[in-house]
Design a protein. Structure first.
Length: 119
């Protein structure tokens, strides 16, 4: 799912590239101009962001479902629910996605990202 979303984002960008302008600007040493000519923007990576969100949420749901039912000291079952809409989780995920897109756009993805999970 993530791979497909990423490839679709790149295909969309590639289909909008004016190759002649990119080559011309690179030959002049105008890297910023070449990047601008490629029409790289965050919107192209929205499907990838959504795929990451879905994978993250699916992992959380699966983890909670596989956990043994916890019990309180009196022996009553404690109900655990995964909540991807938790403010801390949403903030962490939003920052992670922003880092991923920024690295793809600015550094062409050559810098690894190892974000900290939410507390």
């Amino acid at each position: 799912m993530l791979r497909t979303a990423f490839i679709e984002a790149i295909d969309d960008i590639r289909s909008n590239i004016v190759l002649r302008r990119v080559v011309e600007r690179l030959e002049r040493g105008d890297v910023n101009g070449a990047i601008a000519a490629m029409n790289l923007d965050e919107a192209a990576f929205r499907p990838r962001e959504e795929a990451i969100r879905q994978a993250y949420n699916g992992g959380g749901v699966a983890t909670v479902e596989q956990m043994p039912a916890p019990r309180d000291p009196s022996g009553f079952q404690v109900v655990l629910r995964w909540d991807a809409r938790n403010l801390t989780v949403e903030t962490w995920l939003r920052e992670l996605l922003a880092q991923l897109v920024t690295n793809l756009l600015i550094r062409s993805g050559d810098a690894p990202i190892s974000p900290r999970p939410p507390p």
